[in-house]
Design a protein around this ligand. Structure first.
Ligand code: ASP
Length: 469
């Protein structure tokens, strides 16, 4: 193929090597071409995507019309035919984000995840869309809400977030808040957004303005993408909302009626692919938001926006903590290995009201004797660790395991890392862990919270109508 037929100058077989590159060459197939591939098992049609340099040489990656990518093994390919070629647009047209002095100012901090990228509608190319100009090009309605400035802190999928990133993020947010922004939006992968939401809750105290985490479950090349709707709602909440808490803003019901605002310590990703994946557990969400209609509070007792309040940055974390998800027949060697590897805190997600089997007791005893702090949460996610009900619970408490009420296991893990960043003294650690912060432990769980958890079902809509009357 000469330069004339490759006006974009893009690599014709970008990322393909060895057998995969040979077969593309043999049939004259270019990356980004719409191609029909006949294999031993059937016929596929889609767009040939480029490959990352470090992938294998035996697969051709095809984007199907339904948006999914599949890998086709070179050995299975019988024939390939290029049907059309569409030039990839890596760049979203940069438009200058209009500045309007009458609008609130929002700072968007990017960490990565699906929300940080946008897929070219026609080709399926992943393009970073993050500068204000690119964002404006992609979602122009944002300018109706606020003036936005962006800052890319990391570009990682969220399984790669950790203490170091939490601290950098908290410091960046505190700096912009001190400088006077009206709200912070954090773009984040959804998989571990609830860990980061908890970390920011502990690290950013006395917030004067909202800090809103947002992500998307579906990339923007899919007609069903939630990226723009979530981003608009998060920006609206940060710019104009009255709730000065760390929150997660994601789809409420299964359709784009409204997003829910979840308290950063009570939220969890509950579905691997639904857009309505985030649920408040053990409580009701804080509010509903639709940027065209406004915010409808569900709870009344939240911290109000007040720009005269000073944010307190408390960004510390001791990463020698672990979260152990108990399973029947767990062996004590798990606990011994944590002790031997120098871990200083363990959160157990126990069964039922907070239990583990008897063979673990000696290991737990040794851990506590050696200064490891052990706390109990429940795998049921709703309800409380109540360790005085059965003698097994009482036994564990007498060994020194401390129940954490209805604190969610992941939240307890983050809180323990944060607490151990302050102190290792047993009484102080226990006091800090069991003193509620931002509803991480609540006195009561509303029965109707459990109902809202089911999200978007007709009975939930009826409940919300009744509740908000
Ligand atoms: N794996 C991605 C992440 O958590 C998924 C997403 O962005 O929603 O970073």
């Amino acid at each position: 193929m000469d330069a004339k037929n490759n006006p974009t100058g893009q690599d014709l077989r970008k990322g393909y090597k060895g057998a995969a590159e040979s077969i593309l060459r043999e049939y004259g197939i270019r990356v980004w071409s719409e191609t029909e591939i006949i294999t031993k098992t059937g016929k596929f049609r889609g767009i040939v995507l480029p490959r990352a340099e470090n992938t294998d040489d035996r697969h051709i990656v095809l984007k199907l019309p339904n948006g999914y990518n599949i890998g086709i093994t070179v050995d299975d390919i019988v024939q390939m035919k290029e049907i059309g070629y569409r030039q990839a647009h890596y760049k979203i047209p940069e438009k200058e984000f209009p500045y309007d002095p009458s609008k609130p100012n929002v700072r968007l901090l990017g960490t990565g995840g699906t929300i940080a990228s946008r897929l070219d509608y026609r080709t399926g190319a992943v393009i970073p869309a993050f500068s204000p100009g690119e964002l404006y090009g992609a979602v122009p309605e944002l300018a109706e809400i606020a003036n936005i400035e962006t800052e890319k802190l990391f570009a990682v999928f969220s399984e790669n977030m950790g203490p170091e990133q939490y601290i950098t993020l908290a410091k960046a947010a505190a700096k912009h808040i001190e400088e006077g922004v009206d709200g912070i939006v954090v773009g984040h992968g959804t998989d571990t957004m609830h860990h980061t939401a908890a970390a920011l809750t502990y690290m950013l105290q006395d917030l004067p303005v909202p800090v809103v985490l947002v992500g998307s479950q579906r990339s923007s090349d899919r007609p069903s993408s939630d990226a723009a709707f979530n981003l608009l709602n998060a920006t609206y909440t940060a710019a104009r909302g009255d709730i000065a808490e760390v929150m997660v803003c994601m789809f409420g019901p299964t359709s784009d009626l409204y997003d829910l605002l979840h308290q950063g310590t009570r939220v969890r990703k509950m579905h691997s692919s639904y857009r309505s994946t985030f649920r408040t557990l053990g409580d009701t969400p804080l509010a509903m938001v639709n940027w065209r209609k406004g915010i409808t509070p569900i709870k009344k007792d939240y911290r109000r926006r007040d720009k005269s309040r000073k944010v307190k940055l408390d960004a510390v974390f001791d990463d020698r903590v672990s979260l152990v998800y108990y399973y029947p027949a767990m062996k004590p060697d798990i606990i011994y290995s944590l002790i031997e590897n120098g871990y200083k805190g363990i959160v157990i997600a126990g069964t039922g009201l907070g239990h583990v089997n008897k063979p673990l007791y000696p290991a737990i005893k040794r851990a506590i004797n050696e200064g490891v702090h052990i706390f109990m949460t429940v795998q049921t996610l709703w309800g409380y660790a109540q360790m005085y009900v059965y003698d097994t619970g009482r036994d564990l408490m007498s060994l020194g395991v401390v129940p954490l009420g209805n604190m969610l296991p992941e939240v307890a893990y983050i809180k323990l890392g944060w607490v151990l960043g302050h102190t290792h003294k047993r009484e102080e650690v226990i006091k800090m862990m069991t003193t509620p912060i931002a509803r991480d432990i609540t006195e009561r769980e509303p029965y109707n919270g459990y109902l809202v958890y089911q999200g978007g079902l007709p009975e939930v809509q009826r409940f919300l109508k009744e509740y908000l009357r």
